[in-house]
Ligand binder design. Structure first.
Ligand code: HEC
Ligand code: HEC
Length: 292
């Protein structure tokens, strides 16, 4: 075993071990590897000391910094609940007008209302409340039942043609299908309804308007009013304002008169808290830009 055996090719010291003429070089670990090994170990030890790290059965090492994500989250949730409780209580107690006049409360109404609306209402009324075929826009200011926060809250509470006993009821009968009106009369009244909202009519449609006016006066004014402007008490829509639930083209109006319409709006009492219903009513009011 030579002590200073050197490899003739690299000039490095060998370990002196030799197997069938193959000798093992004594190459030290590169410094850079050692450096990172030591640094990483020191970092790990420091981290274990400062932060929550090692599980110890039911508990764990908490770390010197006391930086516990779970506790931080729990604390934040508690703080948020306390902050929310203070203004939910005010929304629950104050009359609509007081809340509407309070910019700080209305900020909460808009923030929380947007989430509540997205979770419960946007499937039917659209994310911005603009509605779609069969679902009225809540942003147009064209109300079936009325746009005051009290009325909106009541609509949300009981629903329309819903399963609750005090539901609002909207019944547009099937005048054609049930034989109340003949086909010619239906076509005539469709033409008249289109003229009410100022749509341009073709030659044959224009000719039907006078007959349609008579059909309307005899069959429709009880609910839609003498001028077709609708009646909030019955949820009968204004037919003159160019806002349509089901569509203002001849075919859609024909279908409305021929087959009738009964929109279904679920009742939210029992599913949403009274405060949330109140808050949503105020939020819905902001959609049409009536309340700020
Ligand atoms: C399943 C679909 C559906 C859902 C969900 C729904 N609505 Fe409606 N909503 C309707 C329909 C349909 C009408 C119109 C009923 C009719 O045509 O008579 C309506 C009508 C309304 C009206 C009356 C509008 C007016 O002009 O008077 C308000 C207010 C309203 N919805 C608010 C809400 C709010 C707030 C929510 C969420 C809590 C909601 N709706 C969820 C279907 C829905
Ligand atoms: C008993 C009351 C009542 C009578 C009578 C009535 N309507 Fe209606 N009408 C309603 C209600 C309520 C609605 C809304 C239905 C709904 O969406 O649930 C409606 C909806 C409509 C619509 C759909 C409007 C839209 O926005 O798409 C048209 C069109 C219409 N009525 C035309 C007529 C015509 C024409 C007559 C007469 C032949 C008539 N209505 C008679 C209550 C009535």
């Amino acid at each position: 075993m030579a002590q200073e055996a050197r490899d003739p090719v690299t000039g490095r010291v060998t370990t002196g071990h030799e197997w069938n003429g193959i000798e093992e070089l004594d190459t030290p670990i590169p410094r850079v590897v050692l450096f990172f090994l030591v640094t990483a170990t020191l970092f790990a030890v420091g981290y274990w000391l400062l932060m929550p790290a090692w599980p110890l059965g039911v508990t764990y090492t908490k770390g010197l910094l006391g930086n516990d994500q779970r506790e931080i989250v729990t604390r934040q949730v508690k703080e948020a609940a306390a902050a929310r409780a203070s203004w939910t209580a005010r929304i629950a107690e104050a009359p609509f007008a007081t809340i509407a006049a309070d910019p700080a409360l209305m900020r909460h109404v808009r923030e929380t209302g947007r989430t509540l609306f997205a979770d419960n209402c946007s499937v039917c009324h659209g994310t911005e409340g603009r509605g779609g075929p069969g679902y009225p826009s809540l942003a147009a200011g064209a109300w079936l039942w009325g746009g005051s926060p009290e009325t909106i809250a009541e609509t949300i509470r009981v629903g329309i043609n819903s399963t609750t006993k005090d539901t609002r009821t909207a019944q547009m009968m099937a005048f054609g299908r049930d034989g109340v009106l003949q086909r010619e009369q239906v076509l005539a009244v469709v033409a008249y309804v289109r003229s009410l909202s100022g749509q341009s009519l073709g030659e044959p449609e224009q000719a039907r308007v006078p007959a349609g006016r008579e059909v309307f006066a005899a069959n429709c004014v009880a609910c839609h009013g003498p001028e077709g402007k609708g009646l909030h008490d019955l949820g009968a829509p204004n037919l003159t304002d160019g806002h349509w639930i089901y569509g203002g083209d001849p075919q859609s109006i024909f279908n409305s008169v021929q087959n009738g319409r009964q929109g279904h709006m679920p009742s939210w009492e029992g599913r949403l808290s009274p405060e949330d219903i109140k808050l949503l009513a105020l939020y819905v009011g902001t959609l049409s830009g009536e309340a700020k």
